[in-house]
Ligand binder design. Structure first.
Ligand code: XIL
Length: 373
């Protein structure tokens, strides 16, 4: 009798153990499966994009990750003039094509970035032998470049950052005076770039793209530029607010104000290069200093999560005016902020860590429904 009872007890314990073990196993595999796709989570709001380098897509695990998480792609460098036309008339499409085909094959949108910029543009654009080229020659090269590039990606790139960063860093000035485009061609280079891009692909959405646009004084100058372009009938469709931000900016009020401002001009608003540095914004390259505090603590991770959560709650509130939000890297491993502006300083600005694992900020951005529960 006692024997029977013990046997029964053992049997019950065994069953309980099996149920518990299988529960644990299924929990941990569910844990993996349960990482939601941010772009699917936001499908009723706006596309969620990411900037990639072509080499990243060679790694199939990363490529799969990108496909699962994002529904729009921007080439981080591959479509810039120095990469597409390093020498006059010699176009090198291979790497940009790899990204464009990846986007097309996986049903993702493709943002073209960028056509006219004072950086990452080879000197030959502005030279005639040893002399500075004439305005006429530079306008012709601009037109040839824009026609060739926009034509090449026609049907693949749905939009272009046509002019990048034309506003001066000096708040007392309007346009960036040291730009060779401005120096040689004068301010009308901006109008021409949009006109050429529109001629090359009338269906592409054309953007003016810049950084620090949420700072009120810069917002005012970008607003002035876009208002003037629109009043002259220049074919500009939207403003790209780069969104290289930090834990310290923008404030909720600055962000709302800037969206309202550009919405009032009837422009599409996109956040084109989102990253949230855990360090204060700096402009110039420098080395690490002994006084730099490099630590990424749990409390910083929480502040980052709060910042992201605030930003995305405002994006959702304004989703009718926003046609895209693009992260400027997949993860903390590949972000350009690991070498700019402080060389070799690991930064932590993205939603995924250096091992592509979701951070607290990721969960706060995708689990917004819980806010109301
Ligand atoms: C950056 C890239 O992320 C870096 O890899 C590259 O070394 C420099 O350019 N504004 C822009 C982007 O419009 O093209 C820049 O991208 C970041 C600032």
């Amino acid at each position: 009798m006692i024997k029977n009872y013990t046997a029964k007890l053992n049997f019950t314990a065994l069953i309980a153990f099996v149920i518990l073990a299988s529960l644990l196993v299924s929990c941990s595999s569910n844990e993996k499966k349960k990482i939601p796709s941010i772009s699917k989570t936001y499908q009723d709001y706006f596309p969620i994009g990411v900037a990639v380098s072509s080499y990243l897509l060679h790694d199939s695990a990363t490529a799969d990750f990108v496909k699962r998480q994002f529904n729009s792609i921007t080439p981080e460098n591959e479509m810039k003039p120095e990469n597409l036309q390093p020498e006059e008339g010699k176009f090198t499409w291979k790497r940009a094509d790899r990204i464009a085909n990846f986007a097309a094959n996986n049903g993702m949108k493709l943002r073209g970035h960028c056509l006219v910029w004072h950086q990452q543009t080879p000197d030959w654009f502005f030279m005639d032998g040893n002399d500075t080229a004439s305005a006429e020659l530079v306008f012709k090269r601009m037109k040839d470049h824009i026609y060739a590039v926009v034509n090449h990606f026609k049907g693949k790139a749905y939009c272009w950052d046509v002019v990048n960063e034309a506003i001066s860093d000096d708040s007392t000035k309007f346009l960036r005076e040291e730009s060779p485009w401005l120096k040689i061609c004068g301010p009308s280079f901006i109008d021409s770039a949009f006109v050429y891009a529109h001629q090359a692909d009338p269906s592409a959405k054309l953007f003016y793209n810049d950084y620090n646009v949420v700072r009120p004084e810069k917002a005012a100058r970008v607003y002035r530029l876009l208002k003037e372009l629109k009043s002259r009938g220049v074919p500009v469709d939207g403003v790209g607010i780069q969104a290289h931000w930090s834990l310290y900016e923008p404030s909720a009020e600055e962000l709302r104000d800037v969206i309202d401002k550009f919405k009032s001009l009837g422009l599409d608003v996109q956040f084109t290069e989102l990253d949230v540095s855990v360090f204060k914004w700096e402009k110039n390259f420098r080395e690490i200093r002994p006084s730099d505090n490099l630590a990424y603590t749990d409390s910083l991770a929480n502040v980052l999560a709060d910042k992201y959560s605030e930003l995305f709650s405002i994006f959702r509130e304004y989703h009718e005016s926003i046609t895209g939000v693009t992260f400027w890297s997949v993860s903390d491993r590949t972000t350009w902020l690991n070498y700019y502006p402080v060389r070799g300083r690991q930064n932590y600005p993205m939603l995924f860590d250096t091992l592509l694992k979701p951070k607290k900020a990721f969960w706060d951005v995708v689990e917004f429904n819980k806010e109301n529960q």
